[in-house]
Design a protein around this ligand. Structure first.
Ligand SMILES: [Zn+2]
Length: 431
């Protein structure tokens, strides 16, 4: 939660009683101003415990237990309880099988228990405090809605579908003549982020792109793109996984969505679930693995939503799917060692990826030159709809590079995204 922003909003509401003022706080520059950590302090990846990897929810409960004072709380800690919340006469937190056995004794009064796997974000936890500049699902949703409210002549928000756990996957649309899901014949660009849960920078970059475009809507070039293009930004494509990754207040290294598999393990790798050489290589049929391709192509509501989104908008010409981390810009194929068969498309892929590489300092290459991975969203999008689709592996050391990295990463990647907008009317014009 951005406490400074919240305080500022409350003060404005109190002193000016003018709700529209509050929306002035969502500008790109103000968002960046909240990221007060100097860039030199970018942290190396911390050595988090891996004991909480997916599957660790087995036998774990969120419990509330009576505890009148610190002595009672201490005894609960000694019984192995992970105390998260403390109120006057009780505490709530996690309990594994050993602790659950202890809690059943007469020494404790168990008020309630909910399987940890069923919580689905039902308790209000967030990013670790050092990373509070990152936007969780609610903050992302609120920011998209604020941007659209402040720029209602050109921006709108709609859901492209529901997740496994029933969350909406929100899209900000920027179009001067069409709102929501209304069709448009203008050339389209689609920016998608964070379909892998732990890659949180991949939410920040497209989210800040949205804020930047609204901030700069009167710049000559941006103004032209807004009036001539159909721009879609879905910063958080896997909100269930993102919430799972942060909800305990410490990172879970979680990659997949939150489907319950046949063996009761959690999650399908959404970027192995698309129908592009589905599950042939670089993917796993073992449900508990991080690269599980799912029981069939498009088995997951999140990948289905992205599929429907593309298929309903054949005006979309260019696409970026943001991931982290490798500092690379990848183009098809990812699931096959061959080049794309269309020579003109190949030229455009190489040219556009190369230009965006110059702007970001990343390396551009054919995706399968890194490794072969089938079921990838960009391979499918290009094969199925002809969109020039790029996978960005953003910068950083590790999945949790700290908040200080956001500013520079957003800055560089906004330049690349604006370049993509400049060729969206005709991606072949510079080849
Ligand atoms: Zn990824």
């Amino acid at each position: 939660m951005k406490k400074l922003l919240l305080v500022s909003l409350l003060l404005q509401a109190a002193y000016f009683a003018a709700p529209l003022q509050a929306e002035d706080n969502v500008s790109y520059s103000q968002l960046l101003a909240q990221l007060s950590v100097p860039a030199a302090d970018i942290a190396p990846e911390p050595s988090y415990s891996k004991s909480t990897l997916p599957g660790a929810d087995e036998g774990r409960y969120w419990v509330t237990v009576l505890a009148a004072d610190k002595h009672a709380r201490t005894r609960l800690l000694e019984a192995g309880m992970d105390i998260v919340e403390i109120s006057k006469d009780r505490v709530s937190g996690f309990a594994g099988p050993y602790t659950m056995a202890q809690l059943s004794s007469k020494a404790f009064t168990l008020v309630s228990k909910v399987p940890a796997s069923a919580l689905a974000g039902g308790y209000n936890k967030d990013f670790p405090s050092a990373d509070s500049a990152y936007h969780n699902y609610k903050e992302t949703t609120d920011l998209l809605n604020s941007l659209a409210a402040k720029n209602s002549d050109i921006a709108s928000v709609f859901s492209i579908g529901k997740t496994t756990e029933g969350r909406d996957i929100w899209c900000l649309r920027i179009n001067s003549s069409a709102k929501g899901t209304a069709p448009s014949s203008k050339p389209g660009a689609f920016f998608l982020g964070n379909i892998h849960a732990r890659e949180h920078l991949a939410n920040e970059v497209p989210l800040l792109l949205a804020a930047w475009l609204m901030d700069h809507r009167n710049d000559a070039d941006v103004k032209k793109y807004i009036s001539t293009l159909d721009i879609y930004i879905v910063p958080m494509g896997n909100p269930d996984g993102v919430e799972y990754d942060v909800k305990s207040g410490s990172y879970q290294y979680y990659r997949k969505n939150m489907s319950v598999n046949s063996d009761k393990s959690r999650g399908v790798d959404l970027n192995r679930n698309f129908d592009s050489w589905w599950c042939e290589s670089g993917a796993s049929t073992y449900p508990n693995s991080d690269t599980y391709c799912g029981p069939k192509a498009f088995s997951e509501p999140e990948s289905q939503a992205i599929k429907r989104f593309f298929e309903a908008r054949r005006n979309i010409k260019t696409h970026i799917s943001y991931h982290s981390y490798a500092s690379e810009i990848l183009y098809p194929w990812g699931g096959n060692e061959a080049d794309v068969p269309n020579a003109k498309d190949k030229q455009a892929f190489v040219k556009i990826a190369g230009e965006m590489a110059k702007l970001t300092g990343y390396e551009s290459l054919k995706s399968s030159d890194m490794y072969i991975a089938t079921g990838d969203s960009c391979d499918w999008a290009y094969a199925a709809t002809g969109v020039l689709a790029f996978t960005f592996e953003l910068e950083g050391r590790g999945f949790y590079p700290g908040a200080a990295i956001i500013n520079g990463a957003a800055d560089r990647n906004i330049k690349a995204a604006v370049y993509l907008l400049s060729v969206t009317d005709n991606p072949y014009k510079n080849i």
